[in-house]
Design a protein around this ligand. Structure first.
Ligand code: FAD
Length: 372
């Protein structure tokens, strides 16, 4: 029987799933994504540099899918009719499915401070990057305040330090909760040396269009960047899917929300041996490929499938100029300095190469992999 598989979201997880599912012999594959291309999100902090070109971090779906017989519907999904096995698009159209992979990524989780969402600028996708770049006046005296000292906040602050008066505000007593104390202290030291002013143990109280009120201080700004937490897309709450208190779909250990509906990427809260796995591009890509494999095997009638246990190869964070921090290999070999930064660049390059291989991109597309 011919199976129709719909993938919602062409990010790391969606492409991970498509990379496996396109091998099915008898299938119709549809990717639904409002963007024109796959956005290489971990590269976007770099795209904030004045002369960096945002489009060089986007791979057009048209080219990516050219050799795979996958239809791209450039629309957002806004709801699901699970009894009819249909996704409902923002323009009201419906698309039926036999199997559905939901991989729409995440959205910023804002603090409950009146006006904050309207005034601050998040960095979650290429459009956000454009909005921030439009607000930046390079080489001029402009104060940028970054709120949030996790991976995104640290990378953004490091990138902008050369050209701006950058302040990083963090509610906890240190940066990078995903790393050990020593590595986080190294990151703080490098950012300080690059000119970033760090403010720890400072909770947000209030925001005005040019001033941030903190617990014990206030801070004027020209551009306010929000690099706090993430949340699942809010439209999931409209659907009949079972969700947890934070709005994440409740899945079984194989990513299934319902028998023919799967989650992958940031919206799949994976835990292994009781430990939550951080939501990263690396895990999203593995989860997408895993879910693609599960659907392939279920179509073949297999029932014995091992649960998802991602092997995380490392976590690296850029600290400009030209340095990085993190760890590599399961077990965690700590790395800092130029070596960490070089390996991070290498991981970006390897991901582009993997896409080219998996999606059978011919040599004529090579220019899309070379970064300007
Ligand atoms: C600034 C920044 C830096 C990061 N750096 C790193 C890093 O160095 N290493 C790392 O491993 N991780 C990093 N991450 C995390 C990583 O980017 C995410 O975990 C990863 O992108 C999640 O993959 P995903 O496929 O779930 O979602 P995404 O990659 O975000 O893709 C979601 C896709 O779904 C589409 N979509 C959204 N809504 C809808 C809808 N309603 N209907 C249809 N399609 C929809 C979007 O257009 C998008 O193409 C970073 C994140 C940020 C924001």
């Amino acid at each position: 029987m011919r199976e129709k598989i719909v993938v919602v979201g062409g990010g790391y997880a969606g492409l991970g799933a498509l990379g496996v599912l396109h091998n099915l012999p008898d299938r119709d594959l549809v990717l639904i994504d409002p963007s024109m291309g796959h956005e290489l999100i971990p590269e976007l902090p770099e795209a904030l540099r004045q002369h960096d070109v945002i489009e060089s971090h986007i791979v057009p779906f048209e080219r990516l899918l050219a050799n795979l017989d996958v239809a791209h519907v450039q629309q957002a999904v806004s709801n699901l009719a699970v009894d009819e096995q249909q996704v409902i698009l923002a323009d009201g159209r419906r698309i039926g499915y036999d199997w559905l992979v939901l991989a729409p990524g995440s959205v910023p989780a804002y603090p409950p401070i009146p006006g904050f969402q309207a005034i601050s600028r998040p960095l979650r996708n290429a459009q956000d990057t454009r909005t921030i770049k439009d607000a930046l006046r390079y080489g001029r005296d402009q104060r940028v305040v970054v709120v949030g000292g996790g991976l995104t906040g640290v990378e953004v602050a490091g990138t902008l330090a050369d050209d701006h008066d950058v302040w990083l505000v963090e509610a906890a007593s240190r940066l990078l909760p995903a790393l050990g104390v020593g590595l986080a202290a190294y990151a703080a030291q490098q950012l300080s040396q690059a000119g970033v002013r760090l403010m720890f143990r400072q909770k947000l109280v209030e925001v005005t269009p040019d001033r941030l009120l903190l617990e014990r201080d206030h801070l004027a700004y020209d551009v306010l960047i929000w690099a706090g937490g993430i949340a699942p897309p809010r439209w999931l709450r409209q659907t009949p899917l079972p969700l947890d208190a934070k709005g994440y779909p409740i899945t079984d250990p194989y990513g299934a929300i319902l028998p023919r509906v799967y989650a992958a990427g940031d919206i799949w809260r994976v835990s292994v041996d009781g430990e939550d796995i951080p939501q990263t591009a690396q895990v999203a890509s593995l989860a997408g490929a895993y879910v693609g494999e599960v659907i392939t095997r279920r179509i073949a009638g297999e029932t014995q499938i091992p649960p998802f246990r991602p092997k995380i190869r490392g976590m690296l964070i850029s600290l400009d100029p030209g340095k990085g921090v993190g760890w590599v290999l399961t077990g965690g070999i700590p790395l800092r300095g130029y070596g960490a930064r070089t390996l991070k660049n290498l991981s970006f390059h390897q991901y582009r190469q993997k896409l080219a291989r998996v999606f059978a991109m011919a040599g004529r597309y090579r220019r899309f992999w070379s970064r300007s």
